[in-house]
Design a protein around this ligand. Structure first.
Ligand SMILES: [Fe+2]
Ligand SMILES: [Fe+2]
Length: 203
């Protein structure tokens, strides 16, 4: 099998002594504003962050964990806009240089196993992978519905998933793979996204 040029070729990320070190909201926003000029991508990152945060809250995780999940979602595509050929190597190195929590860095490194060659292991890794494509897909669907998210149903999303011409860039294969790895049926993931995504703070 041909190896993606984005492969990270390593499996250790960050430093265990940095557990609990996170970016402040202002520092995270500064990276987003400096690195991401594409507003649609910014929306995607904020939506994924919101889903991650809400999933962590549903799991009853503590405040620090919730912040980790949020940060991983918020920054997972930070380098995609300006340095797609270095995605996600550049943001990983930036966070390593800033001595950020290794679990956050690892989650970002494993958000596309086919592309980066890093397996999602922790629940945070798996959920970031699971929400990534699905979040963008449900958002695309909301934009074509006159009523947006309101009244959206799982079966409507599934119908669009079967229509390969709709949001064709979204990998159905990755959605299925991520669902299997997380051990959560696609329907359940879709329901979670439908329920929470409209509430994301996009400011
Ligand atoms: Fe990505
Ligand atoms: Fe993404």
């Amino acid at each position: 099998m041909q190896q993606s040029s984005l492969f990270l070729n390593r499996n250790e990320f960050g430093d265990a002594t940095n557990v609990g070190n996170l970016l402040s909201p202002a520092e995270a926003k500064a990276i987003l504003d400096e690195w991401v000029k594409n507003d649609r991508l910014k929306i995607h990152m904020k939506q994924v962050a919101h889903l991650m945060k809400n999933y962590a809250l549903d799991q009853g995780l503590n405040d620090l964990e919730v912040q980790k999940w949020y940060l991983a979602g918020l920054l997972h595509d930070a380098d995609w806009d300006q340095w797609p050929e270095q995605h996600c190597r550049k943001i990983i190195e930036e966070l390593e240089n800033r001595a950020i929590d290794p679990e956050v860095i690892r989650a970002i490194a494993s958000h596309g196993p086919r592309y980066f060659g890093v397996e999602p292991v922790s629940l945070m890794d798996k959920m970031l992978y699971a929400f990534d494509e699905l979040s963008g897909f449900v958002h695309a669907y909301s934009l074509m519905r006159p009523e947006g998210y309101s009244g959206m149903e799982v079966k409507g999303v599934k119908k669009r998933l079967k229509d390969k011409t709709f949001a064709a860039q979204v990998s159905r294969e990755d959605i299925q793979d991520a669902s299997e790895r997380a051990g959560i049926p696609v329907d359940e993931l879709i329901f979670f996204v439908i329920t929470h995504q409209a509430g994301a703070d996009l400011s």
